[in-house]
Design a protein around this ligand. Structure first.
Ligand SMILES: *[C@@H]1O[C@H](CO)[C@@H](O)[C@H](O)[C@H]1NC(C)=O
Length: 120
């Protein structure tokens, strides 16, 4: 169920992301929200996009994973703890993203990626 939802959101945002990228060349102004950043593809993607100058909002399952990621990336990258199996955690993380992106009034991308915790 969650895997399906995350995959769907990921696919949709990915399409928007690439469509927007053709128009907006300044990646520095772009926010990208990535889930599953503790390890695997989410982790790789977060580091890649950070290196390219995007403002990465990385959701990790554990504080340890978040710290490791912050250690390997620039100051632009911000982390949040997210457990997609807990509604409360999703609400908190959504609010966190809105706070970061909402008050800057630019065009933004959201990219949800990575399998939910416990399924890797
Ligand atoms: C991150 O870097 C700090 C400071 O260099 C270090 O103390 C800490 O152990 C590192 N954390 C991880 C998880 O690598």
């Amino acid at each position: 169920m969650w895997l399906f939802l995350v995959a769907l959101v990921g696919l949709w945002t990915l399409l928007c992301f690439f469509r927007e990228r053709q128009v907006v060349s300044y990646l520095q102004d772009k926010y990208v929200f990535i889930t599953g950043c503790d390890s695997g593809f989410g982790n790789l993607l977060a580091r890649q996009l950070d290196r390219r100058g995007m403002r990465v909002l990385a959701a990790c399952l554990t504080e340890k994973g978040a710290e490791e990621l912050r250690n390997k990336t620039s100051d632009r990258l911000e982390t949040v703890i997210l457990d997609v199996t807990k509604t409360e955690s999703i609400v908190t993380a959504t609010q966190w993203v809105k706070e970061r992106v909402g008050n800057r009034g630019k065009v933004h991308s959201y990219l949800a990626f990575g399998p939910p915790p416990g399924r890797r």
